[in-house]
Write a protein that binds this ligand. Sequence first.
Ligand code: ZN
Length: 91
Amino acid sequence: MQKSTKAPDIDEEKIEKLIQNEFVAVIDKDIEKKLKEIGYYKKVVRGEVKCAVCGKTITLDNISLIIPYNGEYLFICDDFKCYVEALERWT
Ligand SMILES: [Zn+2]
């Protein structure tokens, strides 16, 4: 349902800014370790964490970003639109 085959209209400058932005963590294979570090691993496994943009439940498979924000963390799913939206809102 959330799978989209069409690439959204993306400004490459925005992506570059996102990648370079130091308060956005781009997560890959160290997801579990990172989540345990920040104390969110169990919450994610239990399905208690939602994408801060679209509200979809975050799982170990669909996390794309963890953004430290106001002493907490925002989680972004792997929908590229959320990725870009997160950039605009929180960077
Ligand atoms: Zn999302």
